[in-house]
Write a protein that binds this ligand. Structure first.
Ligand code: MG
Length: 367
């Protein structure tokens, strides 16, 4: 099978709640998502999606996804989309780094590979563990009262895992965590994600201030070394996210006992091929995972569902249904949250059928 053409689309994804706020005053109201359609000489078509969390979360931005695709996509015409190892080597030979550019191409080729094999992508990734994938809800940075109220609101929608966006003034963050924790019920889990927003001394103050609370602490500081220093004084379960972007860093963090849970984002690692490698290592090493992406719509959510569903349940800390945060649905067949859970599609490939009227005309086209 050969890749015959690659089309690139841009879809804006406004948020139902208007804005998503996290540490350092960072905020997004409309996510700019890039959709890739890979066509083949076998008539099979695959889709992938890359949606950075704005331009100041990781070293990625939406315009850069498309600029990178303009550089990389022409080199993939004629390649076999089912030979994912060869394909990833080819991408690395033609563009250094830029995992968020390679991710939608890699995911689209997994979609094609699943269709070619007649099985859902999760079957190729290891199989389907359990009936469903348990989801968390991110709670945008707001006043302690409003964030606490959202715990109740999201629980009414079926969520039992809540991730608070903190990383602000330590005293205010302590209030936020305490207010939200007061709303928890047995079985709920609470994560305070500072998204690199605290200095070391601030992180230590917050941790001391919530010492009696059952809460996970996620990515307190900017650098790996700062997080490691904070971790040494932290009695709470500890999650690393922004500083774990590749397999060597993941292995270093495991060997240095830098975390209890790691956040694996598909576009951060460069697609399903590399995130699966990280996932499999975590399974072998006993490290629990949040399996998700930076952001996205229906196609990203489908890719998350397949990777999460093919991960042993005990190692799945949680995942995200990004397609429920936005007002725009771009595809039929995407996972839909039911009672705080979702499932990977059972039909071959990713199982998504994007709607042409939502994608609009391609912004880039390669033959
Ligand atoms: Mg995080």
């Amino acid at each position: 099978m050969r890749i015959t053409d690659i089309q690139v689309y841009r879809v804006d994804l406004p948020l139902k709640e208007g804005q998503y706020n996290w540490s350092g005053g960072k905020s997004v109201s409309v996510f700019d998502s890039t959709i890739v359609r890979v066509g083949t000489d076998a008539g099979l078509v695959g889709y992938g999606e890359s949606c950075p969390l704005g331009p100041v979360y990781l070293a990625s931005h939406a315009g850069g996804v498309r600029a990178g695709l303009a550089e990389l996509a022409p080199h993939l015409i004629g390649a076999d989309p089912t030979q994912l190892g060869v394909l990833n080597q080819l991408m690395d030979a033609r563009l250094k780094g830029h995992p968020h550019v390679k991710s939608p191409l890699d995911v689209a080729c997994w979609d094609i590979s699943g269709q070619a094999a007649g099985v859902p992508v999760c079957s190729l990734l290891g199989g389907r563990f359990g009936a469903e994938v348990v989801l968390y809800r991110a709670i945008s940075k707001d006043s302690p009262e409003n964030m606490a109220a959202k715990v109740d609101g999201y629980r009414a929608e079926g969520y039992t895992r809540f991730q608070l966006k903190v990383g602000d003034d330590p005293d205010l963050d302590i209030e936020r965590i305490r207010a939200a924790a007061a709303r928890l019920r047995p079985g709920d889990r609470l994560v305070a994600d500072a998204n690199t927003g605290w200095l070391q001394h601030e992180a230590l103050r917050v941790i001391q201030g919530v010492r009696d609370i059952d809460v996970y602490i996620e990515q307190p500081c900017l650098s790996y070394e700062e997080c490691l220093a904070v971790r040494a004084h932290c009695h709470h379960p500890f999650v690393l996210d922004e500083v774990i972007n590749d397999t060597p860093t993941l292995l270093r963090a495991v060997s240095e006992r830098a975390m209890d849970v790691v956040n694996l984002k598909i576009s951060k690692f460069g697609g399903l091929t590399r995130t699966r490698l990280a996932r499999d290592l975590c399974v072998e090493l006993g490290v629990a995972m949040t399996i998700e992406d930076t952001w996205g719509g229906d196609i990203v959510t489908a890719a998350i569902a397949h990777l999460a569903h093919s991960t042993p349940e005990a190692l799945r800390f949680t995942s995200t249904d990004f397609n429920s945060y936005g007002t725009v649905s771009m595809a039929d067949g995407a996972p839909q949250r039911v009672n705080g859970r979702m499932a990977a599609a059972v039909i071959p490939g990713l199982g998504v059928r994007p709607r042409a009227e939502v994608l609009g005309p391609p912004v880039l086209s390669f033959h």
